[in-house]
Design a protein around this ligand. Structure first.
Ligand code: IPE
Ligand code: IPE
Ligand code: MG
Length: 252
């Protein structure tokens, strides 16, 4: 096979995308390492989050240009409230700045915003920014940019199971008849399909309560690159890696 080497981020990427092999339709990213990126530069942690926001813009454009259908980004977990108040406050202001500066371009690029997570305890300004971005992009038919904001997967599965059982009860059926599709219907990602590929940056090898149900048969890709340093070239490397996986789903 013809291989091309090109320079990206001081590294050489070995290989290229194959036009014959599929790309992932749904890519999910655990954007990690903002704090460590900042620390390395003797900057406050929030400087890492700010730079991380710019990377979100860059990777959204690139994923859209490749024809990816859904890009799910883990922006804030239900466990992240444990962080110092000033950091949490900053993280809750970021969506306001992000959507204020980026929504016009998103509309132009036909990108639709979706947000999954518990909205009840978001500060009002964050909630407004989220609802406004969803409303302003609801007609877009290109990439779905899906943010996991105040998201936690175990809680999501419990809520979905409760809803599904309630629905069975209403229909006079017993819990014995519960099927996977009954739960899937009530997951916050319902309708978006399961991620084909999960990327986690910054060298941590764990899921941190992210899409536990949906990632059952996803391919995993880990990189040591901190999220603020993550480039289009790094994303491309993950795509090339994905094309070289063999997905068997338990079969042969
Ligand atoms: C990811 O970066 C962003 C959020 C979790 C909000 P971190 O803030 O977790 O950065 P590290 O892991 O401390 O380096
Ligand atoms: C996961 O990262 C959450 C997000 C990326 C938003 P964390 O940095 O919070 O995860 P842990 O604490 O290292 O597992
Ligand atoms: Mg982290």
């Amino acid at each position: 096979m013809f291989k091309k080497l090109f320079r990206q981020n001081e590294n050489f990427i070995d290989g290229e995308l194959s036009p014959e092999l599929p790309l992932p339709k749904h890519v999910a990213i655990i954007m990690d390492g903002n704090g460590r990126w900042a620390k390395k530069r003797l900057l406050p942690r929030i400087a890492g989050h700010k730079e991380g926001m710019n990377v979100v813009k860059k990777i959204t454009r690139y994923a859209n240009s490749l024809g990816i259908e859904v890009l799910t980004l883990y922006a804030f977990s239900t466990e992240n409230w444990k962080r110092p108040t000033d950091e949490v406050d900053y993280l809750m202001k970021l969506p306001v700045e992000f959507f204020d500066t980026f929504v016009p371009e998103l509309v132009e690029q036909n990108v639709r915003i979706n947000v999954m997570g518990y909205r009840d305890n978001l500060p009002l300004h964050t909630l407004r920014a989220v609802e406004n971005a969803i409303e302003r992009t609801k007609h877009c038919t290109g990439l779905v940019l899906n943010f996991a904001l105040n998201y936690g997967s175990r809680a999501e599965i419990i809520s979905a199971a409760k809803e599904a059982v309630r629905e069975l009860e209403k229909a006079g059926k017993s819990a014995e008849e519960l099927r996977e599709s009954d739960i899937e219907k009530y997951l916050m990602s319902s309708g978006l399909g399961d991620p084909d590929l999960l990327i986690r940056t910054s060298g941590e090898l764990r899921l941190s309560n992210f899409m536990l149900w949906q990632l059952a048969y996803s391919e995993f890709y880990f990189t040591d690159v901190h999220w603020p340093d993550f480039t289009e070239g790094n994303f491309l490397e993950a795509m090339i890696d994905f094309q070289n996986r063999s997905r068997r789903y338990g079969g042969l």
